[in-house]
Design a binder for this molecule. Structure first.
Ligand SMILES: [Zn+2]
Ligand SMILES: [Zn+2]
Ligand SMILES: [Zn+2]
Length: 488
């Protein structure tokens, strides 16, 4: 016969506790020796998950699937074997940080069932949910004055107040700085040698021995316009309400959306900020749990038990001993084919995910302030190298202007630059009618591009060196691959 003695010293409260449990199990039966690891886990699960001292004896034998923290605790268990008697000690320590934990159902007691509980056992599904994303019906809430049209989803942006664009008289003078220096043959050869070095299978002989016949220095021009906008929208949000002050409509009318103070964390950086709109909070009973704080457990669909994970509900297991096949009782579920649901500890209910067990929700209006940096550019690059290559290398800034609304460049000696600056500034002026432009920044950079013509053996071709980094574009470089690479 199996006899179990359990000594518990538990110090627990519903909100976070330390549980010290000491189990002393005495047993001498071969059956118990055979199934002891599982029984040990059962008991461990009972004590550690229930979060409080157990008073009902004998311990109901159920089975528990253990989570990571319990496995960790189990590593502290150790076994002392005293002659014919096996004595187990478990000294465990774990923290429980959940506001509500169901108590394990007493042996034979039915789980607490809601109407939507299932009729038959189902497979344990760790990923099942209790439908925490069930949104409360916002239409049942009174509209907040001034925010009547606010829906649960993000509303459309609220148009900003009108503003006056600056007048012609404020136009600052345009000053252009010189562009960077051109490079010579020596620098071009150094650049292509570095380039070959960085490509492990490129041969370096052509780079070392090529005859550079011609160097054509040019400048690529990169114009960028950034328009840093702010858009505002509102939406209904809710949080579990656990008591405390509520700033509701009785404290006054909510402020207009564009009058609430909010500053970007950084200019020209796309990011979002959320603010609660004052005087919009209302406390309501949680609709998901009808104000009881608990919902049907998603793991067992409210049954408090699931199919045994060891025998898949059959209650038996096949064993091979000495080449013979035996059907034996499942030692995990003791033949019942079922195990206690680990999520609700057999209770059938778990904490409501919407109100987190607090039974009430505080609904309020959230203001979302979206800062967006809209960047567009124009590249004027006259060599045969692909133009976009100069976008991501450094060059000389020859003009920069940051203003609430920039003036397009009009006096640069190259007319295409002026025309494209006008085109982009004009486009950005009206592109975002639902946003307020906070700042604009335009930058004109000159990026050196050197075209080098070279001869090597009977090949006559060219490569380009571009940017202050001396990046190289050499699509026709001979010896691009060692033999064998071509196969790939
Ligand atoms: Zn089983
Ligand atoms: Zn359950
Ligand atoms: Zn609830």
């Amino acid at each position: 016969m199996t006899s179990i003695r359990v000594k518990n010293s538990c110090n627990s409260s519903p909100h976070g506790s330390t549980v010290m449990s000491q189990l002393v199990l005495w047993d001498s039966s071969p059956l118990f020796l055979q199934c002891r690891p599982q029984l040990l886990l059962c008991l461990w699960g009972m004590i550690s998950l229930s979060g409080g001292p157990r008073t009902a004896w004998p311990l109901p034998v159920g089975s528990f699937r253990l989570g990571a923290s319990q496995w960790l605790g189990l590593s502290q268990a150790f076994l002392v074997n005293q002659s014919a008697i096996v004595k187990w000690f478990i000294v465990s320590r774990m923290c429980i940080n959940e506001p509500w934990a169901p108590s394990a159902a007493a042996e034979g007691a039915p789980p607490h069932k809601f109407d939507n509980a299932a009729d038959t056992d189902r497979e344990d599904n760790e990923n099942a949910t209790e439908g925490g994303d069930v949104n409360p019906d916002v239409n049942s809430l009174e509209p907040v004055p001034g925010c009547e049209s606010v829906a649960l989803e993000d509303g459309p942006p609220v148009p900003p107040p009108a503003y006056e664009p600056p007048t012609e008289g404020d136009r600052p003078q345009e000053v252009f700085f010189d562009s960077g220096d051109d490079i010579g043959e020596e620098a071009a050869r150094a650049a292509i040698l570095t380039f070959v070095d960085e490509h492990c299978c490129y041969g370096s002989r052509p780079a070392k021995n090529m005859t550079i016949s011609k160097i054509i220095p040019t400048q690529g021009l990169h114009y960028q316009l950034e328009t840093f906008n702010e858009a505002r929208s509102t939406s209904r949000k809710f949080k579990p309400y656990a008591g405390g002050d509520v700033d509701g409509p009785e404290n006054g009318a909510p402020p207009p959306v564009w009058s609430m103070a909010c500053k970007p964390d950084q200019q020209f950086l796309t990011h979002k900020k959320n603010l609660e709109v004052p005087h919009t909070s209302v406390v309501k009973q949680c609709q998901q749990c009808n104000g009881c704080g608990l919902v049907t457990c998603g793991g067992c669909a409210g049954l408090g038990r699931v199919s045994c994970s060891s025998c898949f509900g059959s209650g038996t297991r096949t064993e091979y001993r000495g080449g013979e096949r035996y059907t034996v009782t499942c030692t995990w579920c003791y033949g019942s084919g079922r195990e206690t649901c680990n999520r609700c500890m057999g209770d059938g209910r778990v904490e409501c995910p919407s109100c987190e067990g607090h039974k009430q929700l505080r609904h309020f209006i959230m203001l979302t302030v979206s800062y967006t940096n809209n960047l567009e550019d124009y590249i004027l690059e006259r060599s045969d190298m692909p133009d976009e290559l100069i976008r991501n290398v450094s060059g000389q800034t020859i003009f920069q202007q940051t203003l609430p609304h920039v003036w397009p460049i009009s006096q640069y000696p190259i007319q295409e630059v002026n025309e494209n600056s006008i085109r982009l500034v004009e486009k950005h002026r009206t592109a975002w009618p639902h946003a307020m432009t906070l700042q604009q920044r335009q930058t004109l950079r000159s990026v050196p591009v050197t075209e080098a013509h070279y001869d090597w053996k009977n090949i006559s071709t060219r490569f380009w060196v571009y940017g202050f980094e001396h990046e190289v574009h050499a699509p026709d470089y001979p010896h691009q691959c060692c033999w064998g690479c071509n196969v790939l």
